[in-house]
Design a protein around this ligand. Structure first.
Ligand code: FAD
Length: 343
């Protein structure tokens, strides 16, 4: 195996896989390094809003929901979703994306290889040293590439139960007094149900978040006694994608929305955009900039809610009353043009 590549991508999550796909048949030699043996599995609820619209996520692998139930404390809001939300198992997503790289001649995939450190134009891994012209950090919320560049993080947390029981309702729940501006979910997959909470660990401890999750599931009547319990960080502090010959994508770039915890669409988009930028340095990032506006809007709302803890409950009630309106959803999720017809 050679030890010099035009592009080295660290991490085969959605960001790294999408970047590799974008570099397929580009004439550049690409090394994609992943520490795990199996590509795909990741602590994640797998929810996709319409931000992923231009990606061909396989419809036979997803569950699609056109309605949601949101609980603000005990009050329920039935919401018709302006664009359906999809749920995908991360193993399925990873394997589907990996399959797209199968017939590429210029991409080498190195699994079970941990990147230990980065130096100028080379990386040290558990399987030796590799040299690069361009490096792409697609290594998630605890990115070694981001650390090498010297950027700080803003870490939010998600915890979840993977419940063997299947569920048929798409649920969100909020209890401002107990989980601050975090929120809980029940996302039904094809073979299991993910039930979890996304929160700011500076405002709520993991132990307290878990108690709130248990309380909600007890009230809702979903049995989690045989569930797998897991959790993980996301990074929400975006500082840019290009740092000389090093790029950051997905969670490594701090591209998850601190409001919704949504990161897959951002990972896919940034991976695709960085591949284009490497092939053509004059390429102007457009789609990612659109997503960044959405992230900013959502995080400004979160900022407001965090600053007004005593008003959160009434604010959330107003928010979900507005959320019933198609035009509001469209704007909040997709910054789509608000036309009289969409109202
Ligand atoms: C509980 C929870 C629920 C979530 N639910 C949702 C949701 O419903 N919808 C949504 O859109 N987002 C959700 N997210 C966020 C989402 O999981 C991430 O934003 C998304 O996975 C980011 O993709 P990525 O490719 O940037 O990073 P990752 O998916 O984290 O991939 C990084 C890859 O890099 C590899 N890696 C890391 N370090 C090294 C190293 N040193 N050497 C080699 N390989 C390395 C890892 O093994 C991994 O495969 C959730 C997150 C959590 C924690």
């Amino acid at each position: 195996m050679k030890n010099e590549y035009n592009v080295i991508i660290i991490g085969a999550g959605p960001a790294g896989l999408k970047c590799a796909e974008g570099l397929k048949n580009s004439g550049l030699s690409v090394l994609l390094i992943e520490k795990n043996k199996i590509i795909g599995p990741k602590v994640c609820a797998g929810g996709l809003t319409n931000l992923d619209a231009h990606f061909d996520i396989p419809s036979n692998k997803t569950r699609v929901f056109e309605k949601a139930k949101m609980y603000v404390v005990k009050r329920k809001y039935d919401i018709k979703l302006s664009t359906p939300i999809k749920i995908i198992d991360r193993y399925d997503l990873g394997q589907y994306m990996l399959n797209k790289l199968k017939d590429s001649k210029n991409i080498t995939i190195l699994k079970e290889t941990l990147v230990k450190s980065i130096e100028k134009n080379r990386i040290k891994t558990s399987k030796g040293i590799f040299h690069f012209k361009y490096l792409v950090g697609a290594d998630g919320a605890s990115s070694v590439v981001r650390k090498y560049i010297g950027l700080e993080n803003k870490i939010y947390m998600g915890i979840q139960y993977i419940i063997p029981e299947m569920c048929d309702e798409f649920i969100g729940f909020i209890n401002p007094k107990l989980i601050s501006s975090g929120y809980g979910w029940i996302f039904p997959h094809k073979k299991f149900t993910s039930a979890g909470i996304f929160f700011n660990p500076k405002l709520v401890s993991v132990a307290d978040a878990r108690i709130q999750l248990n309380n909600f599931l007890d009230d809702y009547g979903l049995d989690y006694s045989n569930a797998r319990y897991e959790g993980g960080p996301v990074n929400c502090l975006f500082k840019g994608i290009q740092f000389d010959n090093i790029f950051l994508v997905g969670d490594a770039a701090g591209l998850t929305s601190a409001n919704l915890g949504e990161g897959i669409s951002y990972a896919l988009t940034s991976g695709e955009e960085v591949a284009r930028k490497i092939i053509n340095p004059d390429y102007k990032i457009v789609e990612l900039n659109r997503l960044l506006k959405i992230k900013k809007l959502q995080e400004n709302v979160l900022y407001l809610f965090d600053r007004l803890p005593f008003l959160q409950e009434p604010l959330f009630r107003i928010f979900f009353s507005l959320f019933k309106k198609t035009w509001f959803q469209s704007h909040y999720f997709y910054l789509s043009q608000i036309t009289p017809a969409s109202r």
